[in-house]
Design a protein around this ligand. Sequence first.
Ligand SMILES: *Cc1c(COP(=O)(O)O)cnc(C)c1O
Length: 469
Amino acid sequence: MKWDEFSGWGRRIADWAQDYHLTVGDKPVRARTEPGEVLNALPATPPEGGEGMEAIFADFEEIVMPGITHWQHPRFFAYFTSNAAAPSVLAEFLTSAIAPQCMLWQTSPAATEMETRMMDWLRQALDLPKEFQGVIQDSASSATLAAVLTMREKALNWQGNQQGLFAQKPLRIYCSSEVHTSVDRAIWVAGIGQQNLVRVPIKGDWRGMDPAALRQAIEADIAAGMQPAGLILCVGGTGTGATDPVDECLQIAEDYGLYSHIDAAWAGSAMICPEYRHYWPGVERADSIVFNPHKWLGVQFDCSAHFLKNPDDLVQTLAISPEYLKTHGKDGIINYSEWSVPLGRRFRALKIWFLIRTYGLEGLRQRLRNHITWSEALHDKLAATPDFEIVTPPMWSLWTFRYAPKGASDLDELNLKLVNAINDDGRIYLTQTRVDGDLVIRFQAGQFETTQADVMMAHGVITEIAATL
Ligand SMILES: *Cc1c(COP(=O)(O)O)cnc(C)c1O
């Protein structure tokens, strides 16, 4: 394809994308594909000769689209949303056309400086203190890995990268039972070992870490000759929105000199609204905080905002060229590849800029508030419906429930059947989790274009399908 043929196709794809977003609500949310269907529809060997875009695009519609689960569907209530607001998609289109590599200031000054400015906009949007600086990571998993590596290096007096962990005291990292699996994987990759990830028991409605148990666990480890290195807190856990008592836990981290990281991958977006900040009191005491604008805020995937109170700790952990340590931030030059594990970096700040300018913070706040209000209304309605019980209360827009008709014997099996039947039906999409061993169904609202009617429609679908079981 020659570049002078590009714009025709570009226009056609823009038309297609607009139409897709305007009509996606008419499709079943979850793909109805059987395993292997798409694989078998694709030729086993690559073509030797070139083909025209017409044929490629026709196959895209015929083979690919039926195998897509529609994350941009307004009744996507499963997992967490992965939004793609229109202006952020346009920014991604531009980014992919320019295709800059943003590893060093010099390799893309505009991307670097836009990233600095956008991370500061987000910092202000969350009302974090000025001392926090930010970097855009590809995912919360990467941010958490970077934080765990920093915990390791700090605890080893910056010798871990050089000497490895051999012959060191076991490093201990603390978290609750509700953290995301990305924490486990960060611990594995950092060489700390799963057995040194200490899961502190939870208590209370927020299903957060018990601070007294945290202190006891640290004391016991010190007494046993181990080395406490870090604390990972969760604000808005994936299963039920579990949230640790941030202030009390960070006080303990300070008492024992532990590096602290907060995973607010999903719920962090809601912190643009002042009325939800009581969920993370004392957040300014954390060393590292991550949230994903690519989840609830509306930025096209991928875009993870990582805030650091002292970026030098991270740079000292990850920078490969120590001379930059002396200058970073001081002469106005930041090389963001020294703040993240991958070297190559995409220009992700542009889509934050497009999104925030299009809606303004107030427009984004209004969307999130609507999601929470509508989700609570659905919760109230289902709570008042016979044979349904709420298992965990709304945390932001997430809550869990069970179908528990009188006389039902195996509720786990019944609820798994229900969630599968709902998803086969296709009008809405839900996922399950476990709470204290029981299988429960999650509901969360957060798709960018969802409406009150979309959310309330879930009540009819859930009760109608449950009655058929
Ligand atoms: C989604 C999620 C993650 C993982 O996010 P990625 O950006 O996909 O790595 C981590 N923690 C929590 C609480 C999440 O909800």
